[in-house]
Design a protein around this ligand. Structure first.
Ligand code: ADP
Length: 586
């Protein structure tokens, strides 16, 4: 441990500080740098020199100033009080810092991650004499209106329960005493965990449960599952942040961890201002009752971005271990990659592609690999899941750049945002021709059973209409619209309706912002029904002109606004479609 070891700064280069005299310090150990005690992490040890990436601005730090070891790697504090918290990248509670130090966080300032003034009621779930091992649930605490926090035996520990009883107290209160190989282990409501190490699991399982997001293009065409991984690359302004916010609000995860990783401050402010007022459609409770936010403040240097990503995933894994389904959003992982590039450059490492370090790929893969559907450690084989959705913001929207390419190698879902669609104000600007989901078959099977037997049939048909439209578009460009047959014209009409009346979804409209799977099915089904009917109408002698201008089209356009509890209105529109086409033919 610390044994009073304190070294000295030799040089400072931006967020990188080189120190000596830290004998015994290990890679990734946290240190406090300079007279202000800035937080930093050792990331290279070479010939007695220790390179430290600092998580706070190094202005005023200079040679000769002290560097003090903490003996501990970058770790998170885990326990009741995480939910509803807003932290910076190294898990400092922003509200407590603002309260005690003012709006501009004083460098080196520290407040405990979990509020010590809050009281919790612990209710035991095991008895004296029970054998408990890592992951076993010793008892519970009602953390928010909707989340029961499970107090678990720390991983790797086991023993016989000697004392346990209901107790009310702060997180440091002893809740149980365990006899572990002859010595006594005092268990409180807090655990610490080194963020760079994945928390252990019993086994990983193939993720098979759909994660409904209420976003039509996602759920219907490029779905994600609980424990899955997705990335949202797109140029500036294409809607990455809106997609991430929509998922944080509407995805049916029990816990949401939102990491705002070095993005423009005002976007994070949106989240911070908006989230506390939003209600969860499933429970009617404020969304913050299930949310942990991590936001780097603009005065934190690049290295803090990496810390925030790892801090976020460690918190997500902790809730997974309780048996929850957790969704983590990271916006944007490109900022994190840029931080790696900057630090690597300052370390004078051999650069890889476009100046990114050679370990970019393994670092990004290591992060996404912490997602998954798992059997948690501990008794009862409870299941938990962490899903990761990362935004990527390649410079100039160039998808061939290394961060996008590296990410695509590891994630299973790709929602490609398209600047042309965004420019045309088609939102979400997810390109339906280039995006993909490797969970499609799994979700189809599920939705065919739980939503409608025609789900996957309709989806495939709709996608083939969109693909055909792209081919026809090409033809029109080459030889003009006259080259289209009447059937083609009908198809173009159906495709346009799929795009405008189904795929287009306004995140800022109260009714349109979320669509249940059942309603998604009905909306798409309506368009396909119309398409079938106009084709029949055409062969029965109706004119193209009349078929493309039916009044009932307006009802299809408005269908997205049908309230979720009045879905029977869809039947009426279907009847109107049939009747109005019959009226044309007879
Ligand atoms: P990025 O994070 O890619 O830079 P944003 O997520 O900030 O882009 O989106 C830019 C703008 O696009 C938003 O401010 C909003 O006006 C519009 N937008 C994006 N997605 C939607 C959506 N689903 N519905 C309505 N508007 C959207």
């Amino acid at each position: 441990m610390m044994d009073g070891t304190s070294g000295q700064v030799i040089k400072v280069s931006g967020p990188l500080v080189v120190a000596k005299g830290l004998a015994g310090a290990r890679m990734y150990e946290m240190v406090r740098v300079g007279d202000l005690g800035l937080f930093g992490e050792i990331i290279e040890i070479r010939g007695g020199e220790y390179s430290i990436q600092t998580y706070e601005e190094t202005e005023g730090i200079g040679p000769g100033q002290p560097v003090v070891r903490t003996g501990e790697p970058l770790s998170v504090e885990l326990g009741p009080g995480l939910i509803r918290s807003i932290y910076d990248g190294i898990q400092r509670p922003l509200d407590a810092l603002a309260r005690d130090f003012g709006e501009y966080i004083v460098r080196g300032a520290r407040r405990p991650a979990l509020d010590r003034t809050r009281q919790w009621d612990f209710i035991p779930s095991v008895h004296v004499g029970d054998l408990v091992t890592g992951g076993d649930i010793l008892g519970t605490v009602q953390e928010t209106a909707i989340i029961v926090h499970k107090i678990m035996m720390p991983p790797g520990r086991s023993g016989i329960v000697k004392r346990i009883s209901p107790v009310t107290g702060d997180v440091d209160t002893e809740v149980a005493v365990i006899e572990e190989k002859g010595s006594l282990l005092s268990v409180t409501m807090v655990q610490r965990w080194p963020v760079r190490d994945p928390r252990p699991v019993k086994r990983k399982m193939p993720p098979v449960q759909t994660m409904v997001t209420g976003q039509r293009i996602i759920d219907m065409f490029f779905p994600i599952v609980k424990g899955g991984t997705a990335c949202v690359p797109g140029p500036f302004g294409s809607g990455k942040t809106v997609v991430q916010h929509q998922l944080a609000k509407w995805a049916d995860a029990q816990i949401v961890v939102y990491v705002g990783c070095g993005e423009r401050g005002n976007e994070m402010t949106d989240v911070l201002m908006e989230f506390p007022h939003l209600k969860d459609p499933a429970t009617g409770e404020p969304l913050m009752e299930r949310t942990v936010l991590l936001a780097n403040t603009s005065n934190m240097p690049v290295a803090a971005r990496e810390a925030s990503v790892f801090t976020g995933i460690a918190i997500a894994e902790y809730f997974r271990d309780m048996g929850y389904s957790v969704a983590l959003m990271a916006d944007s992982t490109s900022r994190w990659a840029e931080a790696m590039r900057e630090i690597s450059g300052r370390l004078e490492e051999m650069p890889g592609e476009e100046g990114y370090p050679a370990y970019l790929g393994s670092r990004i893969a290591g992060f996404y690999e912490r997602a998954g559907s798992v059997v948690c450690i501990g008794a009862n084989d409870r299941r938990g899941a962490v899903s990761i959705i990362g935004a990527v913001s390649p410079p100039g929207g160039d998808l061939s750049e290394p961060v996008v390419q590296t990410t695509l190698r590891v994630v299973k879902v790709y929602w490609g945002l398209d600047d042309k669609l965004a420019f045309a104000r088609h939102f979400p600007a997810v390109n339906w021709l280039s995006s993909y989901s490797l969970y499609q078959d799994t979700v189809d099977e599920d939705a065919d059973k739980t939503v409608d037997t025609m789900w996957s049939v309709n989806r495939k048909r709709a996608m083939s209409i969109l693909q055909k439209e792209a081919e026809l578009d090409e033809l029109v460009r080459l030889v003009g619209v006259d080259s289209l047959t009447t059937e083609d014209r009908l198809l173009m009409q159906a495709a346009r309706m799929i795009r405008e009346d189904f795929l287009h979804q306004n995140a800022f409209d109260d009714r349109d912002t979320y669509t249940s799977p059942r309603k998604q099915f009905l909306m798409l089904n309506l368009i396909l029904r119309y398409y079938d009917e106009i084709r029949t109408g055409l062969s029965d002698g109706a004119t193209l002109e009349a078929l493309l201008n039916l009044n009932v089209i307006e009802e299809i356009v408005q269908a997205k606004l049908i309230p979720e509890d009045q879905l029977e209105q869809f039947d009426a529109i279907e009847r109107d479609i049939t009747n109005s086409i019959r009226a044309l033919v007879w």
